[in-house]
Design a protein around this ligand. Sequence first.
Ligand SMILES: [Zn+2]
Length: 121
Amino acid sequence: MAIIKDITQEEYQEATRSTKVEVGSCPKCGCHDLNYGEMEFVDGNAVYYEADCNDCGAVLHEWYTLEFDGCDVMADDTSGEVKYTKPGEKLLNDRSEEDEDGTFNQEMKDSEQNNMDRREE
Ligand SMILES: [Zn+2]
């Protein structure tokens, strides 16, 4: 039979406290008992969550940087098929049947190199 010990809220917080700054914990006391509020977008590539610590009362913003990770797009108006793309892949309209996976071909790499050469001049 399992032994179940009642612990207080304080004991629970003490036992689960973080020793480093990490997601979901108070950056002052390490407590995981955060009270989250609104999420705010900042400059298009970052967001923060407002939060306050239910243990020590710290008021904080938990920051995240957004990273572009491609698009999904309706293949056409009727089929309902969705195509998925990743950053750096060929445009869907420029793909042949063989490179449906979106991998670069040598021609694209060459044209990118030319663009870089031009910039250096
Ligand atoms: Zn705290």
